[in-house]
Design a protein around this ligand. Structure first.
Ligand code: AMP
Length: 341
């Protein structure tokens, strides 16, 4: 029997619980300092301890994973702690999904390109001298909104840029991505695309709970002004959401358009879980501003299934379990090559 492996962070519990429920062996690449947490969960059968996650690319660590006949499930921590370069060039363990598309997630220019190819119109990207409206400035990488800031003029942008440079968070202006800020309510669509069935499934929807942006509205405006609280978008959790049913058709169309564009631009295309992230404006328009080309942590809400997974499956179907199910079916049909890269 194959082993399903992942890094101990982000959505590891859900992934390995789902893998175990589908009958796989489970392995966690675990930071030594997190051993106490993860040892609490009996569905994790084997541990590979590391001091840093990028040790994963060392030959002896890879050997251990290969000996266990492992399939690695990528998540946000693989991108932020190991990085797409090593995932592309140094990681020999098979990955569930398209490892090449992770670069398109991490690189904002490629990301915008793919979204446009899918007919999704992300908010406009601006140069510093073009800032003439409210903009959000983003730092590179999958850091969960860390370090983002709002500006409405070039001067304000320069002020923040210098602060970030001084603190070593960026090398220069080229590291910053300026995007038009769109006022709306955040919505994150959690999809699964099955190459085996050629079918898109919307398995859940959530929104993020971000500090300080979600805490500022809890105090009156006069205190907001006086306290001068820095506006940050650091994710501390996720909140479940159901969509107006009349908007569901659009949600499916968006996901399918993305899958189609990914097949054309990043062969073999999207495989398995992904997420489209955006806001609904007051005109009822969905403005997508991001995608994640792998499982997102918001799926942790639905370990026991979601209102949407329940419409497709008569059993609790988390995203982690759905991944394991696809691998299981792939094994049965001798079609694993369609799922792994
Ligand atoms: P991200 O890490 O890109 O998903 O963004 C983190 C948070 O920043 C989101 O959850 C939104 O609250 C906010 N955000 C990002 N881009 C935009 C945008 N263009 N307009 C409005 N809010 C945004």
């Amino acid at each position: 029997m194959k082993t399903i492996a992942t890094l101990g962070s982000h959505c590891a519990l859900q992934l390995l619980k789902g893998a175990k429920d589908e009958g796989f062996h489970t392995l966690l690449v675990c930071l030594k300092k997190r051993a106490n947490l993860y040892r609490r969960f009996k569905f994790i059968e084997k541990f590979l301890f590391v001091d840093r996650f990028d040790e994963l690319t060392q030959p002896e660590k890879q050997e251990e994973l290969l000996e266990e006949d492992s399939i690695l499930i990528p998540h946000g921590t693989l991108i932020s702690e190991v990085g797409v370069d090593l995932v592309e060039k140094a990681l020999k363990v098979p990955i569930f999904g398209n490892r090449w598309i992770l670069r398109w997630e991490a690189d904002r220019i490629l990301k915008d390109m793919l979204m446009k190819e899918a007919g999704l119109n992300p908010p406009q990207q601006l140069k510093p001298e073009e800032i003439d409206r409210l903009c959000i400035v983003k730092l590179p990488g999958a850091a969960g909104g860390r370090g983002y800031f709002l500006v409405s003029s070039k001067e304000e942008f320069n002020h923040f840029k210098e602060k970030l440079k001084a603190s070593g968070l960026i090398k220069g202006e080229e590291d910053l991505y300026i995007q038009e800020y769109r006022v709306g309510v955040p919505i994150y669509f959690q999809y699964f695309y099955s190459p085996l069935e050629d079918r898109l499934e919307l398995l859940g929807i959530d929104r993020r709970y971000e500090t300080s942006v979600d805490s500022i509205g809890r105090i009156p405006a006069k205190y907001q002004i006086n306290l001068d609280i820095p506006l940050t978008y650091i994710v501390v959790g996720n909140i479940p959401l159901v969509l107006r049913e009349s908007l569901l058709d659009e949600a499916y169309n968006i996901g399918e358009a993305f899958v189609k564009a990914s097949k054309k631009n990043v062969p073999p295309g999207m495989i398995g879980p992904f997420c489209i992230e955006g806001v609904y404006t007051h005109e009822g328009l969905f403005v997508p501003f991001e995608f994640s080309a792998r499982i997102v942590a918001g799926t942790n809400l639905y370990i026991d299934g979601s209102p949407y997974s329940k419409l497709i499956y008569d059993e609790p179907m988390s995203m982690g379990r759905r991944i394991a199910r696809e691998i299981k079916v792939g094994l049965e049909r001798g079609a694993l090559d369609k799922l792994l890269t």
